[in-house]
Design a protein around this ligand. Sequence first.
Ligand SMILES: [Zn+2]
Length: 154
Amino acid sequence: MEASHMEQQTLRLQGCMYQYSRAIYRTLKDFIDPYADVQSRLASRRAVLLACEQTMERLAGDPLYFSKPDRALFQDIRRHFPITAQAHVAWTVNQGVAAAVTFIEEQIEAGALDGGVARCRATTRKGRPCQRTPLPERDYCPSHQHLEQRRVAA
Ligand SMILES: [Zn+2]
């Protein structure tokens, strides 16, 4: 039951995330190599849209452990754009992905991703509750398991 609830939350989140991939795509599509033939340009558009969507799906499914999603997306799509557009593409990707990450973090803080799933009891360096899954039959995740050992020893 909890798994399917969690899946629903992930699906809902992915639906929201498509707004962000579409926004990035809309800004970028007109910069796709203007000298390429029509077929290549269409293929590039599809590839860019797909890369944006995959980035957002991955962010929605694994928001805390997808490091540097903007860099990853830029690397994936930059070959579809002329040299003169690279800086603009990088900036657009950076801004668009940052907006999506902010949205996801707000969802996490609002508890939208909890879904009744057990969470590590530690607090992160930023003072937020750790979102990782505890070790089996433990209260803490692998990164924070030393806290539990200390408690057991005391
Ligand atoms: Zn933890």
